[in-house]
Design a protein around this ligand. Structure first.
Ligand SMILES: *[C@@H]1O[C@H](CO)[C@@H](O)[C@H](O)[C@H]1NC(C)=O
Ligand SMILES: *[C@@H]1O[C@H](CO)[C@@H](O)[C@H](O)[C@H]1NC(C)=O
Length: 366
């Protein structure tokens, strides 16, 4: 009798272990433990605050001048988000007041959100991008979003320079293709902006992937769409053109790393900085942590790579994301490693866009 009971218990356990992965690496499948409960609470509280912040964020959409101009048919794009203001909250709120938009209290659903990181000295690059692979108006962006599932926005912080801020305001009004972060651009060399970007993008968009791109690359949105839509066995993906390389301990060198003593002589595998993508599960984990929990190395690509090294993600290496010339399967064109993106991007973007082998080629190479 006791034998059958223990047998049954064993069967139950076996059944349970089939449902629950035995690997403790799977975050979502694990039951709540006492030690996790407080963490979960922080996450839930942050999420609630984040969501309410998002609702505030929508008010910024409502006051967007071009939204009024277009009669509300075209979904406005430029939004402001504030970087977290204290340790507990990842508060996102608009810096402009306004009314609530009814029925739009959910994050906008797209397959991927592509944030093109840009700065105050880069209006020429933005103009070149708008003349080449990136649509130059909200209608064009909307059409591209419908055909590829990709939403594109320029991502920029703020500056204390009033004249530059005014210029940016004008550009925002004219093109309405920005995501404005409430962080100082002077930190943009540090990876803080990237983290702020992922948090803001996650709050505003419900995407399978969040893509970080620089403003000096040539991109084929159609092929990127195909790549991101691919079936993957893992839900936690770090996708990019992967590299390793020497750690520079000489302060005179461009890529000097002050924390080199932690690293040894060669970096861990990480994606080139101008273009990489994180799946929603990965970004959700970043969003759940306080901004000052992360180690920041001096280079952005290495810093993200170090976070990904610590997390249970699949490193997906794709060389089509770092080609130096247009080919039948190239997705991102840059002059890596000569320049971090394209050398002389303003003119090179226009040159590339004139070439048949960059534009008049099929989406996928069969
Ligand atoms: C990160 O958060 C802390 C407080 O949690 C804040 O003092 C700091 O300014 C934030 N960092 C950035 C870059 O905003
Ligand atoms: C693409 O075309 C340019 C000239 O338009 C040529 O120089 C280049 O070699 C071509 N690239 C490839 C990969 O065929």
């Amino acid at each position: 009798m006791s034998k059958t009971q223990s047998q049954r218990k064993k069967e139950d356990e076996e059944e349970e272990s089939q449902i629950m992965p035995s690997s403790p690496k799977s975050f979502s499948a694990r039951p709540f433990s006492a030690t996790r409960r407080s963490n979960a609470l922080v996450v839930i509280v942050s999420l609630c605050i984040g969501i309410s912040g998002f609702v505030f964020g929508l008010t910024a959409l409502f006051v967007s001048p071009s939204a009024r101009r277009c009669g509300g048919n075209i979904r406005p794009r430029s939004v402001s988000v504030v970087w977290e203001t204290n340790a507990l909250t990842s508060e996102l709120k608009a810096d402009r007041g306004g009314l609530l938009l009814d029925g739009e209290r959910t994050r906008h659903k797209v397959m991927a959100f592509v944030g093109i990181q840009t700065g105050f000295g880069s209006s020429g690059r933005r103009q070149s991008l708008r003349k080449t692979w990136m649509p130059s108006d909200p209608q064009g962006l909307q059409r591209l979003e419908e055909s590829t599932g990709l939403a594109f926005r320029f991502v920029i912080g703020r500056t204390k320079d009033k004249r530059k801020m005014l210029e940016l305001d004008k550009e925002v009004e004219a093109y309405d293709d920005f995501l404005l972060l409430d962080i100082e651009e002077q930190y943009s060399k540090l990876p803080y902006k990237t983290l702020a970007f992922f948090k803001a993008a996650y709050a505003l968009f419900d995407s399978d992937f969040y893509v970080k791109a620089d403003d000096d690359i040539y991109l084929r949105p159609d092929r990127l769409s195909t790549l991101l839509a691919k079936d993957r066995p893992h839900s936690r993906t770090y996708l990019g053109c992967m590299k390793k390389g020497p750690v520079f301990s000489d302060p005179k060198l461009k890529w000097y790393e002050p924390l080199h003593y932690m690293l040894g002589s060669e970096y861990f595998l990480h994606a080139y900085g101008p273009f990489y993508a994180l799946s929603a599960d990965v970004v959700a984990s970043l969003v759940a942590l306080r901004n000052n929990s992360f180690r920041m190395f001096s280079n952005e690509d290495v810093t993200i790579g170090s976070w990904m090294l610590a997390m249970n993600v699949n490193h997906e290496n794709d060389r089509h994301l770092c080609e130096t010339d247009c080919s039948p399967s190239s997705i991102v064109i840059s002059d890596i490693p000569t320049c971090s993106g394209l050398c002389n991007p303003e003119t090179r973007l226009l040159e590339l866009h004139k070439r048949k082998n960059c534009t008049d080629t099929p989406t996928v190479d069969d």
